[in-house]
Design a protein around this ligand. Structure first.
Ligand code: ADP
Length: 175
């Protein structure tokens, strides 16, 4: 079973094999965690995003692509595109679930053993935080249950206090 942990902090500081970016489908950068990753990582990440975009036309919602990590302390950045929350009837939950599972599959394909996730879609994309946390944890648990031992450590990096408390309550209900 992969160790699942929660950190209250900044994903760009994480020394893991892969950090996940909550990107947008253009792969050309944006605000929030996407902006923070490109700022801290430098231009090499964006250059590879542009190559991918030229090759395959960006990244669809729920899917994931992988690039170098520039100056970041991680080895790779996995860019996934979360759903924009509308009203919950547009398969938002399925698409968010796919972001986590597809990122984990990509990590395994690249022999990356530790991975850090931000709280995908819960910023600019407006996904309700409680539902997003439950879906994220369900996706990660489903993945680790059926891919035993392939990933050693999964970290949920919560930037805001509300998400940190939510994840703590779901994963460590006694505390
Ligand atoms: P989205 O468009 O998928 O909603 P955002 O970047 O707006 O993406 O927000 C996703 C989550 O990332 C939010 O919970 C936000 O608080 C968080 N976030 C913003 N900056 C960072 C950072 N440096 N490290 C980790 N998480 C971050």
């Amino acid at each position: 079973m992969a160790a699942l942990s929660i950190i209250h902090g900044d994903i760009t500081k994480q020394k893991v094999d892969a950090i996940v970016n909550a990107a947008n489908s253009s792969l050309l950068g944006g605000g929030g965690v996407d902006g923070a990753i490109h700022r801290a990582g430098g231009p090499a990440i964006l250059a590879e995003c542009v190559e991918i975009r030229n090759r395959q036309g960006g990244c669809k919602t729920g899917e994931a692509v992988i690039t170098n990590a520039g100056r970041l302390p991680s080895k790779k950045v996995i860019h996934t595109v979360g759903p924009v929350w509308k009203d919950g009837t547009n398969n938002e939950e399925g698409l968010l679930y796919n972001c986590y599972v597809n990122s984990l599959h990509l990590a395994v394909e690249h022999a990356l053993l530790s991975i850090a996730f931000p709280n995908i879609s819960t910023g600019i994309y407006g996904y309700p935080k409680v539902s997003a946390a439950n879906t994220a944890i369900r996706a990660v648990r489903d993945f680790t249950d059926s891919n035993f031992g392939k990933i050693k450590a999964i970290v949920f990096v919560c930037f805001d206090e509300e998400n940190y408390e939510l994840y703590t309550q779901i994963l460590e209900p006694a505390s």
